[in-house]
Design a protein around this ligand. Structure first.
Ligand SMILES: [Zn+2]
Length: 181
């Protein structure tokens, strides 16, 4: 694996409200139409428009097919009633990017949305709790299957596939310098 991947972020409404700034974090950044709609009337909307016009943030909607797939998965966990159309759209876009061989990270503080990401083996990061807003940003992950775990998790091996887990620590400096392993 010599190919160096840039991180790909899919931002939900809470990420924007809590101040995720795509200009400070290296990688590709996506937002969905329903997230933009939820931001209308907020101060952050002007900022989002600016990021969109500069190309730092990309607007993209997932296909209906992917959204339906996510809905079926969500109903199997019982999370569907608490998920909004926006949440489903965010997760569906992440899933779609994954099928395009990217490694999306959903940025959200919504636990139901995080659960759904877990179910679909999509990485996620909260903004406020142990998240990007702090100086160091880290996650525990399985290098074999890609499962992610809470930084406070006591697991040392993957509960899905049994592989030894790794901990990855990023500093904001590393992220903005486009450093990755
Ligand atoms: Zn694993």
């Amino acid at each position: 694996m010599s190919q160096k991947r840039r991180p790909t972020f899919v931002l939900d409404t809470s990420a924007i409200i809590y101040g995720f700034n795509p200009q400070l974090i290296d990688g590709e950044h996506f937002i969905t139409p329903l997230v933009v709609a939820e931001l209308s009337g907020r101060k952050t909307k002007a900022l989002v428009d600016l990021f969109l016009s500069s190309g730092r943030l990309k607007l993209r909607a997932p296909s209906d097919e992917t959204k339906n797939h996510v809905k079926i998965q969500a109903s199997s966990t019982g999370d569907l009633p608490v998920l909004s159309e926006t949440d489903l759209e965010v997760v569906a876009l992440a899933l779609e990017l994954k099928t395009e061989d990217q490694e999306p990270v959903v940025v959200s503080d919504d636990y139901s949305l995080q659960n759904l990401c877990n179910l679909l083996s999509i990485s996620f990061k909260p903004m406020v709790t142990k998240g990007i807003s702090q100086e160091y940003w880290w996650l525990i992950y399985c290098p074999a299957c890609g499962e992610t775990y809470e930084p406070t998790s006591k697991f040392t091996t993957c509960k899905i596939c049994g592989h030894a887990l790794k901990r990855k620590v990023y500093s904001k400096r590393q992220i903005s310098n486009d450093r990755s392993e």
